[in-house]
Design a binder for this molecule. Structure first.
Ligand code: NOJ
Length: 556
């Protein structure tokens, strides 16, 4: 028997507020802008909104460095407008999820400024302060994922503090029970206000190995990760949060599990007594054109993509629930990566069908629904994202020539996903009446919401129909998963089956013609073609030859 649940049936729209819609005319996206777009969001057919951090933050990492967990960044509004957005979403039948960033705070959070006052301070132990190894060597050899080493020296106390991300993001010491009480208090604050759950940022990093040991081998980057990724007490802490807070609310949690296998993820999300999260954000399928991070590029490999997707689909079947996504604020735009900028609408629809009809809860990132593309800025200084700059530095240190390093930074930059949302063909893409805080992709005159609203065949309207279809056909939600043509380098084909219904999804990842023959036992003519990205779709001898990035979905 399938364990049905609302979070399995929903789909979610992610908002990175700074670039969504400027409602107060200062060039920065905000909650007034979101309020004005709630009907649009609802019209997509989603059931929930995940907000990337809305809290006050010095923006060293655009909101993922929080200086106050119980308030709203003044750029975005205040708690009053947030409550209006929350109410407006609820009135329209959409839930609201906050980003919960508890692995680290900002160094401007009062806990840290107190902690920095010295060893006797009651907040000292909220963070990891340690003596160095000798005069100039940090306590261990871990790397920061954003800049150089993971430790920053404090002259006044002659101690170092740990920061897995930037030095403006000191890691919280979750082993301290007072810190865990603070986390629970923050959770209750938002849940009591009516928020419906959390996306938990790098949640698998919150417990560090006892003694913070040095790694035996120094790597070019990310040294030490094995001592904090999936650490010793992480599940115990998450279970505690669940027992003391989450279990009292009808809420949902999705964790971010960086570079994690499905088996490891199941340790958190396996349904049953031990489950501590509802879903885990996987990364494997986001590495079909890169290694580890978007920055270390490789040619796109459909085989890699299929292997990753199928591994998660198969491993989680009947045991846990998948979080489905192709874009978020941390990855370049997917058409530019896995599809084709030459065939943006065809490949955009193909990619959408390819993942929306998998088993799991789909997340759609702002702009993805209209096929926003990467936008490469001419100089490194034009970028805002700290990781982009760091990656460039690493590349230069490894001897990569300037031009190539810049190109890698451009292609891999998270800023590709952070350009302002393209609402219309008017100035600034309709995002703001004044100059936006960040470069708008100049293609806004052709790629925008307004023009796609009018076109029944637009990518935007495809997303709407696909989400509606998902809602109305349980086979998409609860069906099993079976991949076909695993060895194909061009086609991704899978079927889903549920209570006598079958869905067959065929996606071509190439502009070249490829012959597709229906798998044994499936007669295409006996099914109904429910989606496609070309008009007039013939079937010849129970198959067809694909057109560029062709996609077809059949229901039997
Ligand atoms: C993951 C977030 O998605 C990313 O944007 C952020 O930089 C890191 N965690 C650190 O919080």
């Amino acid at each position: 028997m399938e364990n049905k649940a609302w979070y399995k049936e929903m789909s979610v729209y992610q908002i990175w507020c700074r670039s969504f819609c400027d409602g107060n005319g200062d060039g920065i996206g905000d909650l007034w802008g979101v309020l004005s777009k709630l009907d649009y969001i609802k019209s997509l057919g989603v059931d929930g909104i995940w907000f990337s951090p809305l809290y006050p933050s010095p923006n060293a990492d655009y909101g993922y460095d929080i200086s106050d967990y119980k308030s709203i960044h003044p750029d975005f509004g205040d708690l009053d407008i947030f409550r209006q957005v929350l109410e407006g979403a609820h009135e329209r039948g959409m839930r609201v999820f906050m980003d919960l960033v508890i692995n680290h705070t900002s160094d401007e959070h009062p806990w840290f400024t107190e902690s920095k006052k010295g060893p006797g301070n009651p907040y000292r132990d909220y963070y990891f302060w340690r003596k160095g190894r000798g005069r100039h060597r940090p306590p261990n050899n871990w790397d920061s994922l954003f800049e150089g080493r993971a430790w920053e020296y404090d002259r006044a106390s002659d101690e170092w503090y740990l920061h897995i991300f930037s030095k403006k993001q000191p890691d919280l010491n979750m082993d301290n029970p007072r810190v865990r009480e603070e986390v629970k208090d923050i959770m209750r604050f938002w849940l009591d206000m009516g928020v419906d759950g959390f996306r938990e940022d790098v949640i698998t990093y919150i417990s560090k190995a006892e003694g913070l040991p040095s790694a035996r081998v120094k790597l070019p980057a990310a040294t030490g990760m094995k001592y904090y990724a999936d650490g010793p007490k992480v599940k115990a802490y998450l279970a505690e949060f669940k027992r003391d807070v989450l279990d009292y609310y009808d809420c949902f949690t999705v964790g971010e599990g960086s570079l994690m296998s499905p088996e490891t993820a199941l340790g958190y999300i396996r349904e049953g007594e031990e489950q501590v999260l509802n879903m885990m954000i996987s990364f494997s399928h986001m590495q079909a054109d890169c290694f580890m991070t978007d920055f270390i590029q490789r040619p796109f490999s459909l085989r890699k993509l299929k292997k990753a997707l199928s591994e998660w689909q198969d491993a989680l079947f009947g045991r846990g629930w998948n979080c489905l996504y192709l874009e978020n604020h941390d990855h370049p735009r997917v058409i530019s990566r896995y599809g084709s900028e030459k065939y943006p609408v065809e490949s955009g629809k193909m990619l959408a069908a390819g993942y929306l009809f998998l088993r799991g809860t789909p997340f759609i990132y702002q702009g993805q629904e209209i096929g926003m593309l990467n936008h490469y800025l001419p100089r490194l200084e034009d970028y805002r994202d700290i990781m982009t700059k760091n990656n460039y530095r690493i590349a230069r240190r490894l001897g990569i020539p300037e031009k190539r390093a810049l190109f890698m930074a451009q292609r891999g930059s998270r800023d590709n996903a952070r350009t302002p949302m393209q609402w219309s063909a008017s100035e600034n893409g309709g995002f703001s009446d004044v100059r936006p805080w960040f470069a708008v992709n100049p293609n806004y005159s052709s790629v925008n919401v307004a023009s796609q609203e009018e076109d029944p065949d637009s990518l935007l309207n495809f997303y709407r129909s696909a989400l509606e279809f998902r809602r109305e056909n349980e086979v998409v939600i609860y069906g099993n998963y079976r991949e076909h043509l695993k060895d194909s380098d061009e086609l991704y084909v899978y079927e889903r089956n549920y209570e006598g219904r079958k869905l067959l999804v065929i996606c071509s990842f190439t502009e070249e013609p490829v012959r597709f023959d229906a798998p044994e036992g499936i007669d295409l003519e006996s099914g109904e073609q429910v989606f496609g990205n070309y008009e007039s779709c013939f079937v010849i001898c129970n198959g067809f030859t694909t057109r560029p990035y062709e996609m077809r979905v059949y229901l039997f």
